[in-house]
Write a protein that binds this ligand. Structure first.
Ligand code: ADP
Ligand code: ASP
Ligand code: MG
Length: 410
């Protein structure tokens, strides 16, 4: 008998038939004698709609009210899933974040989980009940609902698996595993049976949204066995046939590049003609940090006349907030103007093999050059190279790189 957390994403609970399908899958595990806790996302499209409503009323809305609105999607599906389970004879009960409780910090809209009090759920599970937890949400120090950032139900699931000391955390989604790149834009993407935590972490952080970055971080830290699998395809045995996220040394044949990711969720900001003096980066990025805006790629250009241009990227959803923050800081920074460009995409190649092989970046630059794609910003880490390009080149760039690194399926 195992203890399993089963997480179902938005497309897996998109309508009542799919929720019934989820209930049947859960029942199979319960019937096999396992203790199961379920985590659900909102129906696909619902969170987008809720976010859009907040933005339509006020682009710089109160983050606490944003959370009050966007957390509702998961509330609906957790209740519906519990009803569907009860209908087929499985004892089930829904749980909102505050009821567990799942405590987070106070960063509304992108809160981090501090602690999950798992005792009550464990007792219910031991008594044969299936908790159906609303993903994506928790309760903050201000006693208000918080959400964990887009895609956050993955993190709810992994954190719950850690708190419940589960044997497995199965992430059911609309693809049957983790691929060398997004199978929706590259038909020849290859499914990976196993991927190292570190590679998945890097891929997720640069846009492979199949798992939220924090969920991988947490899985790595807490040693949670995470599997990604399809909620639509039937495997010979429930809970098999997907991709496992594992320690690096469990992977026998390691490729140099294991995956390619893209993100269209970035926006480019250029702060023009700032004084080229010590403290200028702090003057720009300090206020952005205080405003909770994450800055990603950064380049500072050379200049001759004592001023310089600072170019960097932020999440596209944070663009307005970043602009407002920089406008407030204009007196201390002293820039000529702010240019913004939301039509950019970040393309990244990832692989632990880069530690020991040179030339990976060069292959990337050459491949993009051959396709006539201009590179606007570059950033690298030990196992990753990222470039910023015009958004219209996203598919072309990903496909060309997938072929260039020999990743295409036969
Ligand atoms: P869910 O709603 O189940 O959480 P998501 O849409 O968040 O699903 O994540 C699944 C999607 O991630 C897939 O439909 C796929 O388009 C995308 N994706 C991006 N990169 C990858 C990858 N390397 N492997 C598999 N899927 C990927
Ligand atoms: N419903 C939330 C979102 O769309 C959380 C999730 O699906 O993981 O971001
Ligand atoms: Mg997701």
């Amino acid at each position: 008998m195992a203890r399993i957390v089963m997480k179902f994403g938005g497309t897996s609970v998109a309508d009542l038939d799919r929720i019934r399908n989820v209930a049947r899958r859960v029942k199979r595990q319960v019937d096999a004698g396992h203790e199961v806790a379920v985590v659900v996302s909102a129906m696909s499209g619902v969170t987008n709609q809720l976010v859009a409503w907040c933005q339509a009323l006020a682009p710089l809305h109160d983050a606490r009210e944003y959370d009050a609105v966007v957390a509702t999607g998961e509330q609906v599906t957790s209740g519906l899933t519990a009803i569907a389970l009860q209908e087929i004879g499985v004892d089930a009960r829904s749980w909102a974040g505050w009821q567990i409780p799942l405590f987070t910090d106070g960063a509304h809209g992108k809160a981090r989980i501090d602690r999950i009090a798992g005792e009550t759920l464990l007792a219910r599970m031991a008594a044969g009940q299936v908790p159906v937890v609303a993903g994506f949400q928790g309760i903050g120090p201000d006693n208000r609902v918080t959400t964990l950032g887009r895609g956050g139900s993955d993190t709810s699931a992994v954190a719950l698996a850690a708190a419940l000391r589960a044997d497995r955390c199965d992430i059911y989604t609309d693809v049957d595993g983790i691929y060398t790149t997004d199978p929706r834009i590259v038909a020849r993407a290859r499914k990976l049976d196993k991927i190292a935590y570190e590679e998945m972490l890097e891929l997720a952080s640069v846009g492979a949204r199949v798992l939220q970055t924090r969920s991988v971080e947490l899985a790595m830290k807490e040693n949670v066995r995470v599997q990604v699998l399809s909620s639509f395809k039937d495997a010979p045995e429930e809970g098999t046939g997907g991709s496992l996220v594992v320690d690096e040394d469990e992977i026998v044949e390691q490729e140099i590049v294991s995956g390619i990711a893209y993100s269209r969720d970035e926006a480019k900001i250029t702060v023009r003609r700032v004084p080229d003096r010590p403290g200028i980066a702090a003057a720009i990025f300090g206020p952005l940090t205080e405003a909770n805006v994450n800055v990603d790629m950064i380049v500072q250009n050379m200049s001759a006349d004592g001023t310089t241009d600072m170019t960097f990227t932020v999440g596209r959803a944070d663009l307005k907030l970043a602009q407002a923050t920089l406008a407030n800081a204009s007196a201390t920074v002293g820039y000529a103007e702010i240019l913004t460009d939301p039509d950019v995409a970040k393309i990244s190649v990832v692989g632990v093999g880069m530690r020991s092989h040179v030339g990976v970046a060069n292959t990337m630059f050459r491949t993009l050059a051959e396709k006539g794609i201009n590179i606007q910003v570059i950033s690298t880490s030990e196992i990753k190279v990222s470039v910023l390009v015009g958004a219209e080149y996203t598919e072309l760039a990903v496909r060309a790189l997938h072929t260039a690194y020999g990743l295409d399926a036969a």
